[in-house]
Design a protein around this ligand. Structure first.
Ligand code: BGC
Length: 600
């Protein structure tokens, strides 16, 4: 399996591996206690953030592509689910080569998704429901159609020439070649020849996504102005795209090759010899930008804006640095260490969760298990060789409950992806001619692209799954399982995945131990069951146990070492059909079973 985030990890040879302040509004319905909306600098702590891929959430105008008015029409659903914030992947005007991550105007909305007025209405309606809106901010690169780049490429003397990464080629045996062997994450050389001005430009992603030059102070100011613009439109957070790749090593020398077990360079899905990313990723200057951006957003919002980082990093030490030496950088760098282990290995999960507890100075971890770049959690069902079997497998729901429980019952801010809550599965295209994501075309068949995790939201069992009008042609096909796995069906089933999520989110907000208790790992030699305790200073305690195996398991908890002499349990949540334990001495778990109980 290879997908985007994983790809970055593999590239590093790490297989292991407003100025308009927002006011609180009363909840419109008796939903789980939301209300953490941006009224304080720490509103995002313990929050549940819901990622929306706007193209695929809800179409309101019949073109088969999701839009802002569609999202607004589904806010009641999100409020009932209990989410505190929605993160929208890019909605700016864009040629859509990378489905919005190639931006041609940072201060407007792409007509496919609506208008700026639609955006303002979305923010206002979300606020009424105590839901914050987080924008995706793409700082590393623009579209090649952005006026800045059009100017930059117009001549070597244009004032914007230095806004991008231009470089001379080098002559090798009489042939002109790119300056070095750096590769695009999306395949092949990261350098693109520009015949008109006789230089190469650098693009970490698609050719149509030229990298900005972050050494240029005008670039920095222009982007901080973009952040201020959206804060004026009521945004209370930014998810910083590809934030670790802002800078490149000025020596411009070749990267080393990633070597396989046979000592030879690894050939990646694009047929390239894979290079390391030591000179193009996570350079120390990134931290200077993070501090400046934080100062800008803090000042513009009265410290109400949260900065979230897309941070695929090599180690917990690198993750810790992202918070800043004085908590002056990102409030929430994504902890990919836990969510992208990609196999049920109890010891590894325990280690990574412990790291999040002990190695980031007590800061708030942000856990995430999937997104628009990586397969959904059905990837945890594997064959004997560990290869994922995407789809509704035997233990689909059970595995989903395990993942949801780790995400929502841990001491963290939880980032979930639309459709997780109804158990949507990864549905990659079966034929190359159906692929929409360009990397799936370049990399077919080894890399099928990211369409599989971007399919339309399944709202009901009717035509187009309620995502679009019945006669619309949806931009990606509706996955086959939608008649069973959809919001309407699951709302009516007490044991559905949707109800599991709703209950977990309600517990995260309302149960004192699960809301703010410290986290202590339990039974740390158990290879089958991951267990932990959440405990407050005034004695509220909850145990959580997740069976990582398809065999039934029984666990017992001796909590005396944690200063708890009680052993009675009151069930808060458990896998449907499992027995109710009488005490912490014997908790029975079915295959991939989950138990959450209050200690009394
Ligand atoms: C986004 C991807 C995008 C890439 C280039 C990533 O980190 O999540 O979807 O293709 O950045 O902008």
């Amino acid at each position: 399996m290879k997908r985007f985030g994983l790809f970055l990890l593999l590239s590093s040879a790490l297989l292991w591996a407003a100025s308009t302040p927002v006011e609180a509004q009363p909840a419109a319905t008796a939903a789980p206690q939301t209300g953490q909306i941006a009224t304080s600098p720490h509103w995002w702590k313990d929050a549940v953030i819901y990622e929306i891929y706007p193209r695929s959430f809800q179409d309101s105008n019949g073109d088969g592509i999701g839009d802002l008015n569609g999202i607004t029409s589904r806010l009641d659903y999100l409020q009932k689910l209990g989410v505190d914030a929605i993160w929208l992947t890019p909605i700016y005007p864009s040629p859509q080569v990378d489905f919005g991550y190639d931006i041609s105007d940072y201060e407007n909305v792409d007509p496919q998704y609506g208008t700026l007025a639609d955006f303002d209405r979305l923010v206002a309606e979300a606020r009424k429901r105590n839901i914050s809106v987080i924008m995706d901010l793409v700082l590393n690169h623009t579209s090649d159609q952005h006026p800045w780049f059009l100017e930059s490429r117009s001549s070597r003397t244009n004032p914007k020439r230095d806004w991008y990464m231009w470089h001379d080629g080098k002559m090798v045996n009489g042939e002109l070649e790119p300056p070095n062997n750096w590769e695009s994450v999306f395949g092949h050389s990261a350098w693109q020849w520009d015949a008109k001005t006789g230089q190469y430009y650098y693009h970490r992603f698609y050719i149509q996504q030229p990298d900005l030059n972050w050494n240029n102070p005008q670039v920095r100011k222009a982007m901080y102005d973009v952040a201020r613009f959206w804060i004026r439109h009521g945004v209370t957070g930014f998810r910083l795209d590809a934030i670790t790749s802002l800078f490149e090593d000025p020596s411009d020398t070749d990267e080393a090759y990633v070597l396989g077990p046979d000592g030879k360079p690894v050939i990646n899905a694009f047929g390239d010899k894979e290079v390391k990313t030591d000179k193009t990723d996570n350079l120390p200057e990134v931290h200077d930008v993070l501090r400046e951006l934080r100062q800008a957003t803090d000042a513009a919002s009265g410290r109400k804006v949260v900065l979230i980082g897309e941070t695929y990093l090599r180690s917990i030490d690198d993750l810790r640095k992202m918070y800043g030496a004085h908590n002056d950088e990102l409030q929430l760098p994504m902890d990919m260490q836990v969510g992208f282990i990609n196999k049920f290995d109890v010891a590894l999960f325990r280690q990574r969760i412990r790291d999040a507890e002990t190695e980031i100075n007590g800061d708030e971890p942000l856990f995430v298990f999937d997104n628009h770049d990586n397969p959904r959690w059905d990837r945890y069902q594997t064959d004997a060789a560990g290869t994922p079997i995407f789809g509704y497998g035997l233990h689909h729901d059970d595995i989903g409950r395990v993942i949801a429980t780790i995400l929502l019952a841990s001491r963290d801010t939880a980032l979930m992806y639309y459709g997780d809550e109804i158990g949507m599965v990864t549905t990659p295209p079966a034929r190359k001619q159906d692929v929409r994501d360009p990397i799936g075309i370049t990399g077919w068949p080894k890399e099928k692209g990211r369409d599989g995790e971007r399919t339309p939201m399944q709202w009901d069992a009717g035509p187009n799954a309620g995502f679009a009008l019945p006669d619309a042609k949806t931009w990606l096909p509706i996955p086959p399982g939608y008649k069973t796995f959809n919001v309407a069906a699951e709302e009516g089933e007490p044991d559905s995945m949707l109800h599991w999520y709703e209950q977990l989110i309600a517990l995260k907000k309302n149960d004192p131990a699960l809301h703010e208790g410290e986290e202590i790992l339990l039974n740390t030699s158990d290879d089958h069951v991951l267990s932990w305790l959440r405990k407050t200073a005034d004695g509220e305690a909850v145990v959580v146990a997740c069976n990582f195996t398809p065999q039934p398991q029984t666990v017992s908890f001796n909590l005396s070492a944690q200063g708890i002499s009680r052993s009675g349990l009151t069930t808060l949540l458990k896998t449907p059909g499992a027995p109710d334990p009488q005490s912490a001495d014997s908790v029975q778990l079915g295959p991939y079973g989950v138990y959450v109980g209050q200690v009394r």
